[in-house]
Design a protein around this ligand. Structure first.
Ligand code: FE2
Ligand code: FE2
Length: 278
């Protein structure tokens, strides 16, 4: 029988190591030609996460949990290093040390938040500590709603300004997700009284509707970019990357929804981090 700890660890690492690998490429593309040291560091992170990704696919659900425990620690260290690298680059950009470089500070901060999320998840898996489900529902939604709001902003800024309709649509998504994020933060500040089944259920339903429509917009944008039908400086891989992150958010919302439908939020029956019905 497969161990939920192994299944969950491999799922997180397979998803996020690919994401970290792609961040290395996006950061590299945004550096100036003369930033050879930073380009080299980004290349190193690309290879590190590529090999982690390959290794995660070589392991299976039957792999010894002790081996996965060691693997998680190794990946945790790599995620910590790329997080520190991203924060270093953010510091350089904010102090105007890289004039003319092409990564927005918000994008660098965004990818560092994703690295930090990955580290946190690995730590939870290895230590077996988890937030109560009702806290996890709010935390994960606050995290991902902000990620989605950022994506909408990046898309609107990286499309060619002459793509007026698409720019307008992405601005609307940015506004919509900023609103949802504020609602999520309000729910967070009303904790624990706000953590009732009906309120959390409605919260997930409302978020799901908006994430689905943003996911579909990203899918269309990805297809248009791949076919070179629109003007932008969005790398096709970036378009696919943000699409996959929206899919991930939907997967998490559905997992929480199933949990709410089958359990009382007050009685947290989880044995393993996020080991619900995989
Ligand atoms: Fe990302
Ligand atoms: Fe992202």
């Amino acid at each position: 029988m497969s161990d939920p700890f192994v299944v969950r660890s491999l799922d997180e690492i397979r998803f996020w190591s690919r994401i970290m690998k792609e961040h290395s490429l996006f950061l590299k593309l945004g550096f100036r030609c003369e930033d050879t040291q930073l380009i080299q560091e980004a290349d190193e992170f690309y290879s590190i996460f590529e090999s982690i990704e390959n290794k995660s696919h070589a392991y299976s659900e039957e792999t010894d949990p002790k081996t996965i425990h060691r693997f998680n620690s190794k990946v945790y260290n790599a995620a910590t290093h790329i997080w520190a690298f991203k924060r270093k680059v953010l510091g350089l950009v904010l102090r105007c040390k890289l004039p003319g470089a092409n990564n927005f500070p918000l994008l660098i901060d965004h990818v560092s938040r994703e690295a930090n999320y990955f580290r946190k998840r690995l730590k939870e898996l290895n230590t077996g500590t988890l937030e109560p489900i009702s806290d996890a529902i709010i935390y994960e939604n606050v995290f991902f709603l902000r990620i989605m709001a950022d994506h909408a902003k990046f898309i609107s800024h990286l499309l060619d300004p002459s793509e007026r309709q698409l720019v307008e649509q992405s601005r609307n998504f940015s506004f919509e997700f900023d609103q949802l994020l504020n609602q999520a933060r309000d729910l967070d500040s009303m904790k624990p009284q706000s953590q009732t089944g009906p309120l959390l259920g409605q919260f997930l339903d409302q978020n799901r509707v908006s994430v689905k429509s943003l996911r579909d917009f990203k899918k269309t944008a990805r297809e248009l970019i791949e076919a070179c039908r629109i003007k932008s400086i969005i790398h096709p891989l970036l378009a696919d990357h943000v699409f996959r992150e929206a899919e991930r958010f939907l997967f998490i919302i559905d997992m929480f929804e199933r949990y709410l439908n089958t359990n009382d939020v007050k009685k947290d029956n989880r044995k393993e981090p996020h080991s619900i019905e995989f």
